[in-house]
Design a binder for this molecule. Structure first.
Ligand SMILES: [Zn+2]
Length: 568
């Protein structure tokens, strides 16, 4: 085994060369597991991948003593095995599919050897990327995102996100989305890049106050070859039944339909398979997206009355949040210190019937059940390479609209890496504690003053157009008002996306504390970033095996977070 041979053997640990190897690592790496196949000692953090490698090699016809020498060598082995299957085996399709999967695994190992997968060490968390934006609009004091690949378990970062301020040309509207990729990052990245424009295309038909840039229009026009007349007819048929509702409900209903149409269209676009690298399984993703619609002016207030009826007038509604989710990503709102889950998990249990109806199979081995042994979700977008799997995974979103009151404190969006190990209650209590600590010594009255006059500082308001999309560096079809930014560029762009090296040491950073006091906006940015990073760290240490992405949206209620809850 190529990767294993470079690992030290416990019996040889006293040789000087190996001692130097050890000193580079932390003491957490002292445990070795002897491999039952090649007998080499394997480090626990490589064990799962190592076994996977053996299995794939066997599948491609390598003997235990052989290893793939190059990608070329792998390709010729693959051709050999497939031609053998075609000549000698009855049920060809499934066997060829397995060979292709094994080929993908070994090809990845050729590109990134297993030993390059790192292990958990405290330094990892200092390098976690935190994206912060300046104050977004009157409804949202700050948004921060933190992503971690979770390198002990994951080879690639497959999550992606998007934050679009002044969405659709409206000053008080903001779109935030998290896309949790599975089996490759292509679907999640495409979604982050193209979903906002698709959704905007739908919103344009509902509300003339949304506007579109020339570039976005060109992108939508370019899709006419994909969405032909018969697709549009089917789409119309789907929505016409739902439109026959009372007028007060119609606006919200219409937005939900716009979401649904945009999700189905997105799924159709992913079917084109652009940028898919695997032969066997195309990537897919779960998604949650939030449309924040603030009521900044009188016109919007009228709309608010229309939208939400006239109950509970004593509470001032500051805006409305329209949320759509599919798959195993989650959004949890903290209102008055209590967690409210706004998404519905498309878990295997709830959708088991659907999969069975469409002759998809669930694994009986696990409580949760794995759809076709690949993904834990049965709602999602993409997964087009495998027809059988695709029949079990549907792109229909769960949608919900809620009013934003002064009592709403923050919203946490997270990829499955967070929610696999932490509950909504746990996440909210961690976030509350960090927020309270970060904002404790702030000059609250000054912070509020700043909040109530959101656009006083024109230069600051102009700086907030920037949006980050990590892991999406190609620019084809990128709508305007968005910056492609990959991990490497994160630190080099000190503008509105600040990288916070170690916000956990906020107590010791008196300088930044002083800066925070003089600039409340910076204080909220720091607090939000701090919460995101703490949550990512908690998820990784709690044993998450997935990429972890956490987005925190501060809402007006966070301004009163250190006041007794009765007052809110
Ligand atoms: Zn082995």
């Amino acid at each position: 085994m190529k990767s294993a041979s470079s690992l030290p053997n416990t019996a040889e640990a006293s040789t000087p060369e190996l001692q130097s190897l050890r000193s580079d690592d932390d003491d957490v790496n002292e445990v070795w597991i002897p491999c039952s196949i090649c007998k080499l000692p394997i480090n626990p953090h490589c064990h799962c991948h190592h076994k996977q490698q053996h299995k794939a090699e066997t599948q491609l016809g390598y003997k235990p003593s052989q290893i793939p020498r190059s990608i070329r060598n792998l390709s010729s082995k693959r051709r050999e095995v497939i031609s053998y299957i075609k000549d000698h085996c009855g049920y060809k399709q499934a066997l060829i599919h397995n060979v292709d999967r094994s080929y993908d695994i070994l090809k990845r190992i050729q590109i990134t050897p297993i030993k390059d997968i790192r292990r958990i060490s405290p330094q990892d968390f200092e390098k976690t990327l935190v994206y912060k934006t300046d104050k977004i609009n009157a409804l949202i004091p700050s948004i921060a995102v933190c992503c971690d690949k979770n390198p002990s378990w994951q080879r690639d970062m497959e999550d992606s996100f998007v934050i679009l301020d002044k969405y659709g040309g409206r000053s008080d509207t903001c779109l935030v989305g998290i896309f949790d990729g599975c089996r490759g990052k292509s679907a999640a990245c495409t979604m982050a890049r193209e979903f906002p424009t698709l959704f905007l295309g739908q919103l344009l038909n509902l509300d003339p106050s949304y506007t579109i840039t020339d570039k976005e229009k060109r992108f939508l026009d370019s899709l006419d070859t994909v969405f032909k007349d018969h697709y549009k007819d089917a789409e119309k048929h789907f929505s016409s039944a739902l439109y026959e509702k009372a007028s007060s409900e119609m606006d919200i209903k219409a937005i939900h339909i716009a979401y649904a149409k945009a999700f189905w269209r997105m799924d159709r676009i992913l079917q084109l398979g652009r940028k898919e690298s695997s032969r066997a399984i195309w990537s897919g993703c779960s998604s949650v997206s939030c449309l924040f619609d603030g009521f900044a002016d009188a016109k919007s207030s009228q709309k608010e009355a229309q939208l939400l009826g006239s109950t509970q007038e004593h509470k001032r509604r500051l805006g409305v949040l329209h949320i759509a989710s599919v798959g195993n990503v989650k959004a949890v709102l903290c209102r008055n210190g209590k967690p409210y889950c706004l998404t519905k998990s498309h878990s295997s249990c709830s959708e088991r019937t659907h999969a069975k109806e469409n002759s998809g199979s669930h694994s009986a081995n696990e409580d949760q059940g794995l759809v076709e042994s690949v993904t834990k979700v049965s709602g999602g977008l993409g997964y087009h390479g495998d027809l059988k799997l695709k029949n079990s995974v549907i792109p229909a979103p769960h949608t919900l609209s809620i009013p934003i009151y002064q009592t709403c404190q923050f919203l946490v969006l997270g990829s499955s890496g967070l929610w696999d190990v932490l509950s909504g209650r746990e996440v909210v209590s961690i976030a509350m504690k960090v927020l309270k600590d970060s904002l404790k010594n702030s000059d609250n009255s000054k912070a509020k003053l700043d909040y109530l006059q959101p656009f006083q500082n024109v230069t600051a308001a102009e700086n907030i157009h920037e949006v980050t999309v990590p892991n999406c560096i190609d620019s084809s079809g990128v709508p305007e008002r968005r910056n492609g930014l990959n991990e490497d560029e994160g630190g080099a762009n000190p503008g509105s996306h600040l990288e916070l090296r170690n916000p956990l040491n906020l107590e010791t950073r008196s300088e930044s504390r002083r800066a925070c006091k003089s600039n409340p906006r910076e204080m909220y940015n720091n607090a939000a970033a701090c919460v995101c990073q703490r949550l990512v760290m908690a998820a990784v240490l709690a044993g998450s095996q997935q990429n972890v992405t956490v987005c925190l949206v501060l809402l007006p209620g966070c301004l009163n977070i250190n006041e007794p809850s009765e007052k809110m």
